[in-house]
Write a protein that binds this ligand. Structure first.
Ligand code: GAL
Length: 473
């Protein structure tokens, strides 16, 4: 298996600022929508928990660095907290302590020969910008571009791999349709499409800025991280199920990848499904899926690689509405069915399907013109009592990495890196700390937040080591 991976393959693990840093109001940081969400109404987050302290990585970064070194990672994916750098979200006021913190993280990584992959936005909008309308507001794109340019200017001499926005699908749907993520809006069937649209515009503006102003000197690469399950027709012989599986992929992967990699616009099947549903329900506010303006720089071609977050797979058949209401599920008309043979780990949505990743990679190669791909997230969760000897997660990583090897070696997919989610057990959004994805356990009962490697962390370290030894020969 080891010889399938190119010698400069990126072996990484990821985290996100709000999930690990803590220090939510330390040293001049402004509040983000996740601070507000967790501190607000009860019952939104498991056990009323929050990321106020989390793994305390703001104080304990050096402990994280030890974990990174213990795994032998070549790359580490982290996100910047926008409100730590720019407390009110604008470049009018820079928090130098925040800059210092990330400078130290980046410099320490580089001095240990670990390349940073930096995400600019991982769910944590400065609250001050939410107060101005947040991602529903078209003006967010230019504000994001200023923030992105600030980061390129400040850190881009050392950071060569950038992700603008992590999982616009999740921000749009969970945050603005279902209301289970910050900012907690429940506006089904409308807000998510608007938010997704403004995120694509924001991403494209930042990419164009990088391309013309920073790339010539900095020579890095920029993309956005798109999450998608793999979807198969429940009955492979049924044309309805085949069409439902295609719609499922169009509404997750295609929503963001089609405009960026193929046409500069949304998948036609997505628009026609949304418009047909509007008609059926007598909605006459025009297409709920916005159109890209010809007066703005195109979103087409604004990714230097394909960044994929993959966790699970689904079998799909038509269905899954919400009565006579507008909602994305009814637009998509694709009901998810879990194959009973797939083990479910920790959380109910996470069926373990390593071979789905290989199929999705092959699909990406065929649909999006053979892009270079980084798997920017993939992982396996644990709930209940802590199991340090997490043998199932060990098998999961072995099996998944084997599927990646096959995608490279047998299907010819240009996979350039794999980032396990996550380096540490951390704040898993509305599940709080009840769901653990770490390669290291973090003891939240102690002020020192002691990190301890899981067996799966050791397993991953061995895989990386074998690969490095092999490619040295
Ligand atoms: C992703 C998200 C991560 C992490 C992961 C596990 O959607 O980007 O922050 O929470 O899921 O559920």
């Amino acid at each position: 298996m080891a010889n399938m991976f190119p010698c400069d393959f990126a072996w990484g693990a990821g985290t996100a600022a709000y999930q690990i840093e803590g220090g939510w109001d330390a040293d001049g940081k402004g509040p983000s929508i996740w601070d507000t969400f967790c501190h607000g109404e009860r019952g939104r987050v498991f056990g009323e928990q929050s990321g106020d302290v989390a793994c305390d990585s703001y104080e304990l970064w050096e402990e994280d660095l030890k974990c990174i070194q213990q795994l032998g990672l070549t790359h580490y994916r982290l996100s910047l907290s926008w409100a730590r750098l720019l407390p009110d979200g604008t470049t009018q006021h820079v928090n130098h302590k925040g800059v210092q913190y990330y400078n130290k993280v980046i410099n320490d990584l580089l001095s240990c020969n670990v390349s940073p992959m930096v995400t600019l936005y991982h769910f944590d909008l400065p609250q001050a910008l939410q107060d101005q309308g947040g991602w529903k507001s078209p003006g967010m794109a230019a504000l994001f571009d200023s923030y992105a340019q600030f980061c390129f200017q400040t850190f881009g001499d050392r950071v060569k791999l950038w992700i603008t926005i992590n999982e616009p699908y999740v921000c749009a749907k969970l945050g603005h349709e279902d209301g289970v993520h910050a900012p907690g809006l429940k506006e089904p069937g409308t807000a998510a499409y608007l938010v997704g649209h403004n995120m694509l515009r924001a991403h494209a503006m930042a990419w164009h800025s990088y391309n013309s102003l920073y790339r010539p000197a900095q020579r890095g690469a920029v993309s956005l991280a798109i999450n998608s399950d793999w979807a198969e027709p429940l009955d492979p012989a049924s044309t309805e199920d085949i069409a439902a599986a295609e719609r499922y992929l169009a509404f997750t992967l295609g929503w963001f990848a089609w405009p960026v990699f193929v046409t500069g616009d949304y998948p036609e099947s997505m628009r026609s499904a949304i418009d047909a549903q509007s008609k059926k329900l007598g909605y006459n506010g025009g297409s709920r899926l916005p159109r890209f303006s010809k007066d703005e720089p195109s979103v087409l071609g604004t990714a230097d690689f394909f960044a994929l977050n993959y966790y699970t797979s689904r079998n799909v058949k038509p269905g899954g509405g919400c009565g006579q209401m507008l909602c994305m599920k009814a637009d998509r008309d694709a009901e998810e069915v879990l194959d009973p043979s797939w083990p479910v780990c920790g959380v109910s949505w996470l069926a373990v399907v390593p071979h789905g990743l290989r199929k999705l990679l092959k699909y990406i190669k065929g649909t999006f013109n053979s892009p270079a791909v980084y798997i920017t997230e993939n992982g396996f969760s644990q709930t209940g009592p802590v199991q340090t000897e997490d043998v199932q997660r060990c098998a999961f990583y072995r099996d998944t990495i084997l599927e990646v090897a096959k995608a490279i070696g047998e299907d010819g997919v240009d996979v350039q890196g794999y980032f396990a989610w996550s380096l540490l057990d951390n704040f898993e959004w509305s599940d709080g700390f009840s769901v653990r994805f770490g390669l290291f356990h973090v003891d939240l009962s102690k002020a020192e937040r002691t990190r301890a490697i899981y067996r799966s962390g050791q397993e991953y370290a061995e895989i990386i080591m074998k690969h490095k030894t092999h490619t040295k020969d």
